[in-house]
Design a protein around this ligand. Structure first.
Ligand code: SF4
Length: 415
């Protein structure tokens, strides 16, 4: 066996293990996802009903562990890497959860990981899994629901669908606080308890008393975003009736569409999909034959598109390498005590200086100031803002994307 074959073999082994582990983890902790609508389905369905329904209804083609063996023997590194990258992206959030739990517990927190809430709303079974619930009892009882998200790079703003997911969790927590809707499992999926109210669940776990009414508790939700080297807390969010109704409405739509698909009254092509730009289309398991990307055939451009795609991959890899090197050199400079002087290195030199931040106009502050200056005359404010807004020359933008045969909806999979 060559070294190349050995290295592909190692990556293939990892890919196969991740596929098997992901399936058993999902079955043990989430059960049969076709039997209920989960908060992550609602999160997906908020942007795209088609994607939420097809992945739930089993229309998504999943790579089977046996396929990996074939790729390994063929030496198909590209396919092994493509499967591995996707699995890592999907699973790294789960890997970080035990570490976060240990950190919260080490900081003395009372933590309930993966608290489950089971409800039925308008006949639709709904389950929410809250990543971490931190509990403070005593005179000022408080609860913090934390949803952890793993990012390659942290974003300045949350995806709206993540907010919807958190609002759904908080809304349910407050709405069924004193109803026997709460359950919890250990990391292997064994049931620790079920059918308890929230105060009873807290009493069982920590032996402390919580108020019988959610109104008496300070409840907040946060999304904790983590990348490989950075963290950001997005929030706080509070339980909100309107947002809960929105979530339950999406759950109803997902459930109804699933039944229609099962009963043969709707096909994958007929389900409503996300209109306009939606960043997660690139990662969608059902993008191969999504009506959003239907068009006319012109095979003559394939070569150019393949070359462009390869160049963009190279550009991305180069940018990442440049950023990494710049970061290392900045660190090196700070350790050299050069105090603003150049550091000479062979035939080259470098130094680090402080640059002022970019100046931008805060539209919200400007609008508020103008409103005050113009005695609240909204028409005048908007007119003034419009007259001072410059529109750049229109430009064309090229969108490209790979068509992935493995993401065609599998209409023949039985419900
Ligand atoms: S490709 Fe985009 S629009 Fe189509 S199903 Fe997937 S997420 Fe929805």
């Amino acid at each position: 066996m060559t070294e190349r074959e050995k290295s592909i073999g190692l990556l293939a082994l990892l890919a196969k293990g991740l596929i098997i582990h992901d399936k058993s983890r999902a079955t043990a902790t989430l059960g049969d996802r076709r039997e209920y609508v989960g908060m992550s389905d609602i999160c997906k369905g908020y942007e795209c009903l088609r994607s939420a329904v097809l992945s739930k209804a089993g229309y998504t083609l999943e790579v089977q562990p046996e396929e990996i063996d074939g790729l390994n023997h063929k030496g198909d590194l590209a396919r092994v890497l493509s499967i591995l990258r996707k699995k890592i992206t999907l699973q790294r959030g789960h890997w970080q959860e035990p570490g976060l739990q240990a950190a919260f517990e080490s900081a003395g927190m009372k933590v309930m990981p993966q608290l489950e809430i089971n409800v039925k709303a308008h006949g639709v079974p709904i389950k929410a899994h809250l990543d971490f619930v931190l509990v403070w009892a005593g005179e000022r009882p408080a609860v913090r629901a934390i949803e952890s998200k793993s990012y390659a790079r942290l974003k300045s703003e949350l995806y709206p669908s993540y907010e919807v997911q958190l609002y759904g969790q908080l809304g349910l927590l407050a709405a069924v606080w004193n109803q026997p809707c709460f359950a919890m499992r250990d990391s292997a999926g064994n049931l620790l308890f079920e059918g308890l109210t929230f105060p009873a669940a807290v009493k069982r776990q920590f032996g402390v008393d919580m108020p019988m009414s959610a109104q008496e508790v300070d409840i907040e939700g946060w999304v904790l975003g983590l990348s490989m080297e950075d963290a950001r807390a997005y929030g706080p969010y509070q339980p909100n009736q309107t947002m809960l109704r929105t979530c339950l409405g999406i759950a109803e739509k997902i459930w109804a569409a699933m039944q229609a698909v099962y009963e043969g009254n709707a096909t994958a092509a007929q389900l409503p999909y996300a209109k306009g730009f939606y960043p997660l289309c690139d990662y969608c398991d059902n993008c191969g034959d999504c009506p959003k990307f239907q068009g006319v055939e012109h095979p003559e451009y394939e070569e150019m598109l393949t070359r462009l795609s390869a160049l963009k991959d190279t550009e991305k890899a180069l940018k990442e390498e440049i950023e990494e090197l710049e970061k290392r050199l900045k660190n090196a400079y700070s350790q050299c005590n050069a105090n603003g002087d150049w550091i000479l290195s062979g035939g080259q030199r470098f130094r680090v200086t402080d640059a002022a931040g970019r100046k931008t106009l805060d539209q919200a502050i400007l609008r508020a100031e103008l409103r005050t200056a113009l005695n609240g005359d909204e028409v005048a404010v908007e007119g003034l803002l419009q007259r001072s807004t410059k529109l750049g020359a229109p430009s064309s933008r090229l969108y490209t994307g790979k068509i992935k045969p493995e993401t065609m909806a599998q209409e023949n999979i039985a419900a």
